[in-house]
Design a protein around this ligand. Structure first.
Ligand code: ADP
Ligand code: MG
Length: 307
Protein backbone atom coordinates (compact mmCIF):
# COMPACT_ATOMS: atom_id res chain seq x y z
CA UNK A 1 0.00 0.00 0.00
CA UNK A 2 1.06 3.57 -0.62
CA UNK A 3 1.05 6.12 2.17
CA UNK A 4 0.71 9.10 -0.18
CA UNK A 5 -0.21 9.28 -3.86
CA UNK A 6 0.26 12.58 -5.64
CA UNK A 7 -1.00 12.71 -9.22
CA UNK A 8 -0.46 15.54 -11.71
CA UNK A 9 -0.32 18.10 -8.96
CA UNK A 10 -0.02 21.69 -10.18
CA UNK A 11 0.02 24.96 -8.31
CA UNK A 12 0.00 28.48 -9.67
CA UNK A 13 0.28 31.27 -7.13
CA UNK A 14 -1.78 34.27 -8.27
CA UNK A 15 -0.01 37.51 -9.15
CA UNK A 16 0.06 40.01 -6.34
CA UNK A 17 1.45 43.54 -6.27
CA UNK A 18 4.54 43.58 -8.43
CA UNK A 19 5.11 39.81 -8.46
CA UNK A 20 3.72 38.03 -11.51
CA UNK A 21 1.87 34.74 -11.19
CA UNK A 22 4.13 31.83 -10.33
CA UNK A 23 3.86 28.26 -11.57
CA UNK A 24 5.29 26.60 -8.49
CA UNK A 25 4.31 23.01 -9.35
CA UNK A 26 3.92 21.56 -12.81
CA UNK A 27 2.21 18.15 -12.98
CA UNK A 28 4.03 16.55 -10.11
CA UNK A 29 3.33 12.84 -9.60
CA UNK A 30 4.89 11.00 -6.68
CA UNK A 31 4.15 7.80 -4.83
CA UNK A 32 5.36 7.40 -1.28
CA UNK A 33 5.32 3.73 -0.24
CA UNK A 34 4.16 2.82 3.22
CA UNK A 35 7.06 2.31 5.61
CA UNK A 36 9.62 4.25 3.62
CA UNK A 37 11.77 7.23 4.44
CA UNK A 38 11.19 9.26 1.31
CA UNK A 39 13.26 12.32 0.49
CA UNK A 40 12.12 15.21 -1.62
CA UNK A 41 15.35 16.85 -2.66
CA UNK A 42 15.68 20.11 -4.53
CA UNK A 43 17.22 23.58 -4.48
CA UNK A 44 15.53 26.54 -2.84
CA UNK A 45 12.42 27.61 -4.70
CA UNK A 46 11.94 24.18 -6.32
CA UNK A 47 8.44 23.78 -4.90
CA UNK A 48 9.05 21.44 -1.97
CA UNK A 49 7.20 23.47 0.66
CA UNK A 50 4.34 24.04 -1.76
CA UNK A 51 3.85 20.26 -1.95
CA UNK A 52 4.05 19.89 1.84
CA UNK A 53 1.67 22.80 2.42
CA UNK A 54 -0.86 21.27 0.04
CA UNK A 55 -0.62 18.01 2.03
CA UNK A 56 -1.14 20.04 5.20
CA UNK A 57 -4.18 21.80 3.78
CA UNK A 58 -2.45 25.18 4.09
CA UNK A 59 -2.18 25.83 0.36
CA UNK A 60 -4.95 25.10 -2.17
CA UNK A 61 -3.80 23.15 -5.21
CA UNK A 62 -4.64 24.44 -8.66
CA UNK A 63 -5.18 20.97 -10.14
CA UNK A 64 -4.31 17.32 -9.69
CA UNK A 65 -5.12 14.94 -6.89
CA UNK A 66 -3.63 13.90 -3.57
CA UNK A 67 -4.45 10.77 -1.63
CA UNK A 68 -3.27 10.31 1.91
CA UNK A 69 -3.64 6.81 3.32
CA UNK A 70 -6.05 5.99 0.48
CA UNK A 71 -8.32 8.98 1.10
CA UNK A 72 -8.54 11.91 -1.31
CA UNK A 73 -7.82 15.20 0.47
CA UNK A 74 -10.76 16.86 -1.32
CA UNK A 75 -13.22 14.17 -0.31
CA UNK A 76 -12.41 13.89 3.35
CA UNK A 77 -9.98 16.53 4.63
CA UNK A 78 -10.71 15.59 8.24
CA UNK A 79 -9.81 11.97 7.69
CA UNK A 80 -6.64 12.85 5.78
CA UNK A 81 -5.54 15.28 8.51
CA UNK A 82 -5.83 12.54 11.11
CA UNK A 83 -3.44 10.33 9.13
CA UNK A 84 -0.63 12.82 8.72
CA UNK A 85 1.54 14.86 11.06
CA UNK A 86 3.38 17.80 9.57
CA UNK A 87 6.37 19.75 10.81
CA UNK A 88 6.39 22.94 8.73
CA UNK A 89 9.51 24.73 7.57
CA UNK A 90 8.58 27.87 9.48
CA UNK A 91 8.28 27.14 13.19
CA UNK A 92 5.45 29.00 14.85
CA UNK A 93 4.14 28.43 18.35
CA UNK A 94 3.28 30.50 21.33
CA UNK A 95 6.53 31.22 23.18
CA UNK A 96 4.75 31.47 26.55
CA UNK A 97 3.49 27.90 26.59
CA UNK A 98 5.57 25.08 28.03
CA UNK A 99 6.21 22.02 25.83
CA UNK A 100 3.84 19.98 28.01
CA UNK A 101 1.03 22.56 27.65
CA UNK A 102 1.63 22.92 23.93
CA UNK A 103 1.31 19.17 23.35
CA UNK A 104 -1.82 19.01 25.52
CA UNK A 105 -3.46 21.83 23.59
CA UNK A 106 -2.60 20.22 20.28
CA UNK A 107 -3.99 16.86 21.43
CA UNK A 108 -7.18 18.64 22.47
CA UNK A 109 -7.38 20.22 19.02
CA UNK A 110 -7.26 16.77 17.47
CA UNK A 111 -9.83 15.42 19.91
CA UNK A 112 -7.44 12.97 21.57
CA UNK A 113 -9.06 11.96 24.90
CA UNK A 114 -7.00 12.71 28.02
CA UNK A 115 -6.55 9.00 28.77
CA UNK A 116 -4.97 8.44 25.35
CA UNK A 117 -2.56 11.35 25.36
CA UNK A 118 1.11 10.51 25.00
CA UNK A 119 2.58 13.77 26.21
CA UNK A 120 5.31 12.25 28.39
CA UNK A 121 6.20 9.57 25.87
CA UNK A 122 6.53 12.13 23.07
CA UNK A 123 8.61 14.52 25.14
CA UNK A 124 10.91 11.64 26.01
CA UNK A 125 11.14 10.58 22.38
CA UNK A 126 12.36 14.01 21.30
CA UNK A 127 14.60 14.40 24.36
CA UNK A 128 12.67 17.24 25.98
CA UNK A 129 11.35 15.59 29.13
CA UNK A 130 13.57 17.77 31.31
CA UNK A 131 12.22 20.87 29.54
CA UNK A 132 8.57 19.81 29.85
CA UNK A 133 7.63 22.79 31.99
CA UNK A 134 10.03 25.43 30.67
CA UNK A 135 8.82 28.36 28.58
CA UNK A 136 9.02 27.38 24.94
CA UNK A 137 10.80 30.68 24.24
CA UNK A 138 13.71 29.51 26.37
CA UNK A 139 14.33 26.51 24.09
CA UNK A 140 17.15 26.50 21.57
CA UNK A 141 16.41 26.30 17.85
CA UNK A 142 17.10 22.57 17.76
CA UNK A 143 14.86 21.94 20.77
CA UNK A 144 12.05 23.92 19.17
CA UNK A 145 12.37 21.85 16.05
CA UNK A 146 12.14 18.67 18.11
CA UNK A 147 9.15 20.06 19.99
CA UNK A 148 7.44 20.58 16.63
CA UNK A 149 8.10 16.92 15.79
CA UNK A 150 6.38 15.91 19.04
CA UNK A 151 3.52 18.32 18.29
CA UNK A 152 3.01 16.74 14.85
CA UNK A 153 2.71 13.33 16.51
CA UNK A 154 0.08 13.93 19.22
CA UNK A 155 -2.66 12.19 17.24
CA UNK A 156 -0.39 9.22 16.41
CA UNK A 157 -0.52 9.60 12.63
CA UNK A 158 0.99 6.82 10.49
CA UNK A 159 2.74 9.41 8.30
CA UNK A 160 5.16 12.09 9.47
CA UNK A 161 6.18 14.90 7.13
CA UNK A 162 9.18 17.10 7.84
CA UNK A 163 9.84 20.21 5.75
CA UNK A 164 13.59 20.97 5.83
CA UNK A 165 14.01 19.51 9.32
CA UNK A 166 17.69 20.37 9.65
CA UNK A 167 17.99 23.67 7.78
CA UNK A 168 20.09 25.95 9.94
CA UNK A 169 20.59 23.30 12.63
CA UNK A 170 24.09 22.50 13.88
CA UNK A 171 25.79 19.16 13.18
CA UNK A 172 25.12 17.59 16.56
CA UNK A 173 21.42 18.42 16.55
CA UNK A 174 21.16 17.30 12.98
CA UNK A 175 22.51 13.89 13.95
CA UNK A 176 20.04 13.73 16.84
CA UNK A 177 17.16 14.53 14.52
CA UNK A 178 18.33 11.91 12.03
CA UNK A 179 18.40 9.34 14.83
CA UNK A 180 14.86 10.27 15.94
CA UNK A 181 13.64 9.96 12.36
CA UNK A 182 15.23 6.53 12.00
CA UNK A 183 13.71 5.32 15.28
CA UNK A 184 10.24 6.56 14.29
CA UNK A 185 10.57 4.80 10.94
CA UNK A 186 11.61 1.55 12.65
CA UNK A 187 8.47 1.86 14.76
CA UNK A 188 6.50 1.76 11.52
CA UNK A 189 6.01 5.39 10.58
CA UNK A 190 6.22 6.45 6.96
CA UNK A 191 8.44 9.51 6.74
CA UNK A 192 8.41 12.15 4.02
CA UNK A 193 11.04 14.83 4.34
CA UNK A 194 12.25 17.66 2.18
CA UNK A 195 15.79 18.84 2.08
CA UNK A 196 18.23 20.73 -0.06
CA UNK A 197 21.14 18.80 1.46
CA UNK A 198 22.23 15.84 -0.62
CA UNK A 199 23.99 14.32 2.31
CA UNK A 200 20.80 14.28 4.33
CA UNK A 201 18.84 12.47 1.64
CA UNK A 202 21.71 10.04 1.18
CA UNK A 203 22.05 9.30 4.88
CA UNK A 204 18.38 8.89 5.71
CA UNK A 205 16.21 8.06 2.75
CA UNK A 206 15.49 4.80 0.96
CA UNK A 207 13.85 6.59 -1.92
CA UNK A 208 14.68 10.01 -3.33
CA UNK A 209 12.77 12.27 -5.70
CA UNK A 210 14.59 15.28 -7.10
CA UNK A 211 12.45 18.29 -7.88
CA UNK A 212 13.46 21.43 -9.73
CA UNK A 213 11.39 24.38 -10.97
CA UNK A 214 8.22 22.59 -9.91
CA UNK A 215 8.98 19.44 -11.91
CA UNK A 216 10.10 15.98 -10.83
CA UNK A 217 13.43 15.27 -12.54
CA UNK A 218 14.22 11.96 -10.83
CA UNK A 219 12.36 9.53 -8.61
CA UNK A 220 14.33 6.43 -7.76
CA UNK A 221 15.37 4.25 -4.91
CA UNK A 222 18.58 5.47 -3.38
CA UNK A 223 20.71 2.60 -4.64
CA UNK A 224 19.71 3.29 -8.24
CA UNK A 225 20.46 6.96 -7.84
CA UNK A 226 23.81 6.13 -6.30
CA UNK A 227 24.66 3.67 -9.07
CA UNK A 228 24.35 6.57 -11.49
CA UNK A 229 26.88 8.25 -9.30
CA UNK A 230 29.32 5.39 -9.56
CA UNK A 231 29.37 5.71 -13.34
CA UNK A 232 32.67 6.92 -14.74
CA UNK A 233 33.30 8.56 -18.04
CA UNK A 234 36.28 8.57 -20.38
CA UNK A 235 36.37 10.59 -23.57
CA UNK A 236 38.89 9.79 -26.29
CA UNK A 237 39.86 12.12 -29.13
CA UNK A 238 41.18 10.10 -32.06
CA UNK A 239 43.70 10.82 -34.79
CA UNK A 240 41.21 10.33 -37.62
CA UNK A 241 37.56 10.66 -38.54
CA UNK A 242 35.32 7.71 -37.77
CA UNK A 243 32.56 6.76 -40.18
CA UNK A 244 31.07 4.43 -37.62
CA UNK A 245 31.95 2.86 -34.28
CA UNK A 246 34.26 -0.16 -34.80
CA UNK A 247 32.54 -3.45 -33.97
CA UNK A 248 35.08 -4.42 -31.31
CA UNK A 249 34.25 -1.30 -29.30
CA UNK A 250 30.49 -1.76 -29.35
CA UNK A 251 30.60 -3.83 -26.18
CA UNK A 252 31.56 -0.63 -24.31
CA UNK A 253 28.53 1.19 -25.83
CA UNK A 254 30.38 4.40 -26.66
CA UNK A 255 28.71 7.61 -27.78
CA UNK A 256 30.10 9.25 -30.87
CA UNK A 257 30.53 12.95 -30.21
CA UNK A 258 31.50 14.65 -33.45
CA UNK A 259 33.70 12.96 -36.06
CA UNK A 260 36.71 12.06 -33.95
CA UNK A 261 35.51 11.75 -30.39
CA UNK A 262 34.16 8.76 -28.49
CA UNK A 263 32.72 9.02 -24.99
CA UNK A 264 32.50 5.88 -22.86
CA UNK A 265 30.31 5.69 -19.77
CA UNK A 266 31.21 2.66 -17.73
CA UNK A 267 30.82 1.09 -14.36
CA UNK A 268 34.15 0.42 -12.65
CA UNK A 269 32.72 -2.94 -11.59
CA UNK A 270 32.51 -4.04 -15.22
CA UNK A 271 35.53 -2.59 -16.95
CA UNK A 272 38.25 0.04 -16.66
CA UNK A 273 39.86 2.79 -18.70
CA UNK A 274 42.84 0.58 -19.57
CA UNK A 275 40.69 -2.00 -21.34
CA UNK A 276 38.89 0.69 -23.30
CA UNK A 277 42.14 2.34 -24.39
CA UNK A 278 43.73 -0.99 -25.36
CA UNK A 279 40.69 -2.01 -27.41
CA UNK A 280 40.73 1.35 -29.20
CA UNK A 281 44.43 1.04 -30.05
CA UNK A 282 43.96 -2.53 -31.24
CA UNK A 283 41.58 -1.08 -33.83
CA UNK A 284 44.57 0.87 -35.13
CA UNK A 285 43.16 4.15 -33.84
CA UNK A 286 45.57 6.66 -32.33
CA UNK A 287 44.52 8.52 -29.20
CA UNK A 288 45.35 12.22 -29.45
CA UNK A 289 43.80 13.26 -26.18
CA UNK A 290 41.71 11.87 -23.38
CA UNK A 291 39.73 13.14 -20.45
CA UNK A 292 38.09 11.33 -17.57
CA UNK A 293 35.27 12.23 -15.29
CA UNK A 294 34.41 10.88 -11.85
CA UNK A 295 30.84 11.54 -10.99
CA UNK A 296 29.42 11.89 -7.52
CA UNK A 297 25.92 12.53 -6.25
CA UNK A 298 26.55 16.24 -6.41
CA UNK A 299 27.27 15.97 -10.15
CA UNK A 300 24.14 13.95 -10.76
CA UNK A 301 22.15 16.47 -8.76
CA UNK A 302 23.64 19.42 -10.62
CA UNK A 303 23.12 17.73 -13.95
CA UNK A 304 19.47 17.02 -13.16
CA UNK A 305 18.74 20.46 -11.75
CA UNK A 306 20.61 22.68 -14.19
CA UNK A 307 18.02 24.93 -15.76
P1 ADP B 1 11.03 25.31 -1.77
O1 ADP B 1 10.29 24.90 -0.52
O2 ADP B 1 11.46 24.16 -2.62
O3 ADP B 1 12.16 26.24 -1.48
P2 ADP B 1 8.56 26.77 -2.35
O4 ADP B 1 7.50 25.75 -2.52
O5 ADP B 1 8.62 27.50 -1.05
O6 ADP B 1 9.99 26.12 -2.69
O7 ADP B 1 8.42 27.85 -3.51
C1 ADP B 1 8.29 27.49 -4.87
C2 ADP B 1 8.10 28.75 -5.70
O8 ADP B 1 6.84 29.33 -5.41
C3 ADP B 1 9.14 29.82 -5.40
O9 ADP B 1 9.44 30.49 -6.61
C4 ADP B 1 8.43 30.74 -4.43
O10 ADP B 1 8.91 32.06 -4.56
C5 ADP B 1 6.98 30.65 -4.93
N1 ADP B 1 6.04 30.85 -3.81
C6 ADP B 1 5.97 30.14 -2.66
N2 ADP B 1 4.95 30.56 -1.88
C7 ADP B 1 4.36 31.56 -2.55
C8 ADP B 1 3.24 32.43 -2.28
N3 ADP B 1 2.53 32.32 -1.16
N4 ADP B 1 2.91 33.35 -3.23
C9 ADP B 1 3.61 33.45 -4.37
N5 ADP B 1 4.67 32.69 -4.69
C10 ADP B 1 5.04 31.75 -3.80
MG1 MG C 1 10.75 25.19 1.43
Amino acid sequence: MNAIEITNLSKTYAASGKSPEKHALDHVSLTIPQGSIYGLLGPNGAGKSTIINILAGLVLKTSGSVKIWKTDIDENPRQTRSNIGIVPQELNFDPFFSPRRLLDLQAGLYGVPKSERRTEELLKLVGLLDKADAYARSLSGGMRRRLMVAKAMVHTPPILVLDEPTAGVDVELRNQLWESVKILNKQGLTILLTTHYLQEAEELCDRIAIINHGKVVADEDKETLLSRVEAKEITLRLDRDLASIPESLLRFSPQKEGKRTLAFRYSPKETNAGEIITATQQEGLGIVDLSTDDRDLEDVFLQLTKS
